[in-house]
Design a protein around this ligand. Structure first.
Ligand code: SF4
Ligand code: F3S
Ligand code: FES
Length: 235
């Protein structure tokens, strides 16, 4: 089948403003959008720039807007796109460095701000593992699945309005530790997320949940963090 691929292009070193380039390609219905981009880069225009690594939905590096929706290019098949033209553009709310590559540093800065790591200085008896019941482990299972692709944060209108908002991805990663029964820094993370750019910037718009390629219940996780702040309880 023939497909029309329209790609956002911008090289700040030479372009006054962004434009789109259109390519007519032969493709299989089971090709992924990432395959189309790879074809253009390998055979038509080697300057096309985009991030990708695993090509299997694991590394989270190829989040982009595909026909207006945040997706991983390696997880979207040509046959799944009903429109005549496949339009590929960078995710919103982060500065474009070149073509489909955005500056992820503000995203990772928010991520780092919520202490996304295990905190517990208490000695472990007999040097064995810190025990946890299956129920305690299940409490935060959903939020362990995050691959930091930024599809959620860059689909959030609150983040578009104010990039200081810590964003859903950071809250998901805070949730993963806040509700871990072995961790001891929940109150510190809740304090961080209770500030003016924290969880209360979320107005329950749900774009984040729809965008998440790992099907994490992002809005629910944010709601649980809000409730923990209000009640002081972690149940
Ligand atoms: Fe990506 Fe989902 Fe993690 Fe957001 S919560 S960064 S959409 S994997
Ligand atoms: Fe934004 Fe998701 Fe909340 S889209 S407003 S973080 S529910
Ligand atoms: Fe790794 Fe798509 S290239 S998630």
């Amino acid at each position: 089948m023939q497909v029309t691929l329209k790609v956002f292009r911008y090289n700040p070193e030479v372009d006054k403003r962004p434009h789109h380039s259109t390519y007519k390609l032969e493709a299989q219905p089971t090709d992924r959008v990432l395959d189309l981009l790879e074809y253009v880069k390998d055979h038509i225009d080697g300057t096309l720039s985009f991030r990708r690594s695993c090509a299997h939905g694991v590394c989270g590096s190829d989040a982009m807007r595909i026909n207006g929706v945040n997706r991983l290019a390696c997880k979207v098949l040509v046959q799944d796109i009903k429109a005549k033209t496949i339009t590929v553009e960078p995710i919103l709310g982060l500065a474009v460095l070149k073509d489909l590559i955005v500056d992820m540093e503000p995203f990772f800065e928010h991520y780092r701000s919520v202490m996304p790591y295990f905190v517990n200085d208490e000695p472990v008896a007999d040097n064995i593992e810190r025990h946890q019941t299956p129920e305690e482990r299940a409490r935060f299972d959903d939020t362990t699945k995050c691959i930091l692709c930024a599809a959620c944060t860059t689909s959030c209108p609150s983040f578009w309005v104010n990039g200081e908002y810590v964003g859903p991805a950071a809250i998901v990663n805070a949730h993963r530790f806040i509700f871990d029964s072995r961790d001891r820094a929940a109150s510190e993370r809740l304090r961080i997320l209770n500030d003016q750019f924290g969880v209360y910037r979320c107005h329950t718009i749900f774009n984040c949940t729809i965008a998440c390629p790992r099907e994490i219940q992002v809005t629910q996780a944010i709601g649980e963090v809000k409730r923990a702040i209000v009640t002081g309880r972690l149940d």
